[in-house]
Design a protein around this ligand. Structure first.
Ligand SMILES: [Zn+2]
Length: 629
């Protein structure tokens, strides 16, 4: 099969150049643990590091939601890409040029009318090129360049943040799109143009503005922010509307340029506006992002906690901080991340980071401000005490009690035990009361609200209750130890033939296993994942769930045998003898093959438990019972 498709060399080359620990590590923080790495799983609401990345096998696997696979699977799942997109993404990262694509990808199918994410991203990309060209246009970009110069934004930052400009006319983008073969529907879906209310046609949504492209973590343009150029225009800032690729509640401006530094500093600084972000980066402080005109949401926190453990919310003055702090407390109580508050006021006369960095000692002052950030809870109670400094003790007690009740209503009592205990201690210190008082407030807390899951776009599709049957476990053995395939007679090989499986997911795994065995690439997990990615590449099939199934079967065997060779072999033999005896039983009764393997699964579970018990006496290995019968 593989000989027919030259681009499979590409897949192999890209796979070889994309170490899974590095790639996953660019998306989330990994910590070494023995021969593996662990991190917070981005595919479910993970509180403990449940995802492991196994460098020796180049796979990842989550124990809780069952996500797993190779480096392509990870990228596909994380960025909602199809296989081809993940291949292009990783090739790009490794500077590998791909042979021109001959297959078709899933997102090209069945979307003749509707506009898919890919087309919206392509429209944004086109618009981005247009806006950047306008900025450099001698006449149409002059006013925008003047704004940039006045704000002191360097050429390097204009480049890094891809700043552009929209022309002062109604049909700039509309006209250019016609020439570039971009459908009007795509421009409308991306929010780049609007339908005229009267008459035919569309008009540009962003006119005569300085344009700040808004990117996702890997730098794809998902929306635009436009700042007015003429003072009399309103509003000051205008953003793209929300689309299927742009959700305000999970998007952070600058994240593509800041992610690396955030991971390095283990802290993210969240400022108020585009130009603040750019000013910070220009000053060499790069772990800085901004929300898009909203308070910090749990969606933002979900994105950030994969990269760091502390978020510092930086406000220009106290007033803005006080307003945002309450929302931030909700986030603090729903996401495992520490939140601190910092305010420029008190350190400098400058009213925002942009102005601060124009001073000679700006960077030093900024560092001091961030280092002086105060834990959100402490900050909150400090403000409360300040507000009550002239009040009598009864009033103070009452207000503190009110605050404690509020924290309890926000879900303090529902935190997992360890975090709850830490928070209670922190609150008690901040409020200067006994821990007992806080615990009491939780106990009597009224009207507890349950938090809805974070507004992330990650879909959770794990099959928590899934347990492999005997036939699937046999498949798992073959994935784990490819040499076992050679020990099977052709009759025994039939035990894992595609038609024998009831689950579609496993059927596809079995199919891939048999064809990679025929190709001579073996039945190991990697060969099978490669075979599955070929299916995805050539036929545009979504093989992600099957990748996960294959990885789960592999992990099942690895865990239950603790990767001891002869235990794998004995387990493998046990699977075969169970299946063979069942088939002969069924044949004797002249009944169709009964595929309810519940009994067999129980027998295997007992077998594995026995293996564990006798581990100390082993070392007896034994040759495989299977001979070329
Ligand atoms: Zn997970």
């Amino acid at each position: 099969m593989s000989g027919l498709y030259p681009q499979n060399d590409d897949v192999q080359r890209v796979r070889d150049a994309s170490d899974i620990v590095r790639v996953v590590g660019e998306h989330l923080t990994l910590k070494p643990k023995g021969r593996e790495f662990v991190g917070l799983c981005p595919f479910h609401d993970d509180k403990n590091p449940s995802m492991c990345v196994i460098p020796a096998k180049q796979i990842f696997h989550c124990f809780v939601c069952g996500s797993g696979g190779d480096v392509f699977t990870f990228v596909q799942k994380y960025h909602s890409m199809d296989f081809r997109e993940s291949l292009e993404f990783l090739a790009d990262r490794a500077n590998i040029e791909l042979t021109p694509f001959r297959g078709r990808s899933s997102s090209d199918q069945g979307e003749a009318q509707g506009v898919g994410n890919k087309e919206i991203l392509a429209a944004n990309d086109m618009a981005n090129g247009f806006f950047r060209a306008i900025l450099n246009h001698p006449e149409h970009g002059a006013a925008a360049r003047e704004v940039i110069a006045r704000r002191g934004i360097s050429d390097e930052m204009v480049e890094r943040f891809q700043i552009g400009a929209s022309p002062d006319r109604w049909d700039g983008l509309v006209m250019i799109a016609e020439n570039k073969d971009v459908r009007t529907e795509a421009l409308l879906s991306a929010g780049l143009v609007k339908q005229r209310e009267r008459g035919e046609g569309q008009y540009d949504a962003l006119r005569n503005r300085l344009i700040f492209p808004i990117c996702d973590q890997i730098g794809r343009v998902i929306a635009f922010g436009g700042r007015k150029i003429n003072e009399e225009d309103e509003p000051k800032y205008l953003n793209s509307p929300e689309t299927t690729v742009f959700k305000k509640s999970t998007t952070l401006y600058g994240i593509n340029n800041a992610a690396r530094a955030i991971k390095h500093e283990r802290t993210a600084v969240v400022v108020e506006g585009y130009t603040d972000v750019i000013a910070c980066h220009q000053a060499g402080v790069e772990h800085v992002v901004a929300t898009l005109g909203t308070a910090l949401t749990s969606g933002h926190a979900t994105v950030l906690r994969r990269l760091c453990d502390t978020v510092v919310l930086l406000f220009d003055g106290d007033a803005a901080g006080i307003k945002a702090a309450d929302r931030a407390i909700e986030v603090l109580l729903s996401e495992t991340i520490d939140i601190k508050i910092a305010a420029l006021a008190g350190y400098t006369e400058a009213k925002d980071p942009d102005e601060l960095f124009k001073q000679d000692d700006g960077t030093d002052v900024f560092r001091r401000v961030i280092d002086g950030a105060v834990d959100l809870i402490k900050w909150k109670f400090d403000r409360l005490r300040e507000e009550l400094k002239d009040a009598g003790p009864a009033r103070v007690t009452q207000r503190i009690q009110e605050e404690l009740d509020r924290l309890s209503e926000l879900g303090l009592g529902e935190l997992e035990p360890v975090r709850r205990r830490l928070m209670i201690r922190q609150i008690a210190q901040a409020a200067r009361v006994e821990e007992q008082v806080v615990t009491e407030a939780i106990r009597t807390g009224r009207g507890r609200r349950r938090f809805s899951p974070p507004a992330g776009e990650i879909e959770y599709k794990g099959e928590i209750d899934w347990k492999p049957d005997a036939r699937e476990q046999l498949l798992g053995c073959l994935l784990f130890e490819p040499n076992l395939w050679n020990l099977l007679s052709s009759e025994q090989r039939e035990l894992t033939s595609t038609v024998r499986f009831t689950s579609d997911l496993t059927r596809r795994v079995a199919d891939a296993l048999h064809s990679s065995a025929e190709n001579g690439t073996g039945t190991g997990l990697h060969a099978v994942l490669a075979e599955l990615s070929m299916l995805a590449e050539e036929d545009g099939i979504d093989t992600l769930p099957s990748n996960e199934r294959a990885t789960a079967l592999y992990r099942y065997v690895a865990e239950h045998t603790e990767e001891v060779d002869d235990r794998v072999t004995r387990y493998f033999n046990e699977c075969i003898s169970l299946l063979v005896s069942k088939e002969s039983r069924n044949r004797d009764r002249e009944l169709p093959v009964d595929d309810s393997d519940e009994n067999e699964a129980d027998v295997l579970a007992k077998f594995l438990a026995g293996e564990r018990k006798h581990r100390s006496q082993t070392g007896l290995g034994g040759r495989p019972r299977i001979s070329g019968s």
